[in-house]
Design a protein. Structure first.
Length: 189
């Protein structure tokens, strides 16, 4: 999958919201591809609700990875603006897509998604996420959360599929995008 890794119009620094828009779209596309790949691999993702729950877990992981990369490269105020803007945009995209597929029910889709992002940010804060990708414990946690969404028949092998097959591809593309879009700034740590 092709992802945006450079800005075509050269400028000194982009606003965090501009980078956030690109990164949110990239995260969504990569996560959506992961769900499609799981379905093609024979995992039972027959309901949109299950697909969106898997998407939400992968997006939360990806957002936290963006946060970690920005932490080392951007000043705190810009990093915070970036992460908040990515989360807000992902919430909008999630709500739009759930509504497009039918009745979203009574809940606040965007609000529930943002709450999940906040919970997972606390969870992933406990794990190491090296510059090259993600640690085994962090990937295992993500895979365990995806496993909880799956039918009983798929729960046994889904963790291996997520950790060993799907996430290396997603992380490669996401890291390439992050390296190109989150260039170090002057007051970074």
């Amino acid at each position: 999958m092709r992802v945006k890794t450079v800005w075509f119009r050269k400028q000194d620094a982009r606003a965090p919201e501009e980078a956030a828009s690109v990164l949110a779209a990239t995260l969504w596309r990569l996560s959506d591809k992961l769900v499609d790949d799981l379905s093609r691999a024979g995992y039972d993702i027959v309901t949109p609700a299950r697909g969106f729950r898997i998407l939400a877990e992968v997006l939360a992981f990806g957002l936290h990875l963006c946060d970690r990369r920005a932490y080392a490269r951007w000043p705190e105020s810009e990093r915070a603006a970036l992460v908040q803007a990515i989360g807000a945009r992902l919430g909008e995209i999630m709500a739009e897509n759930v509504r497009a597929l039918g009745d979203p029910g009574e809940g606040d889709i965007r609000g529930e998604f943002i709450a999940l992002l906040n919970r997972r940010a606390e969870d992933y804060a406990e794990f190491e996420l090296p510059e090259s990708g993600a640690s085994f414990p962090a990937l295992r946690y993500l895979a365990a959360e995806v496993r909880e969404v799956m039918e009983r028949d798929d729960q046994h092998w889904i963790m291996d599929q997520v950790m060993d097959v799907e996430m290396p591809e997603l992380l490669g593309a996401l890291n390439k995008a992050l390296d190109g879009l989150l260039r170090p700034r002057a007051a970074a740590r």
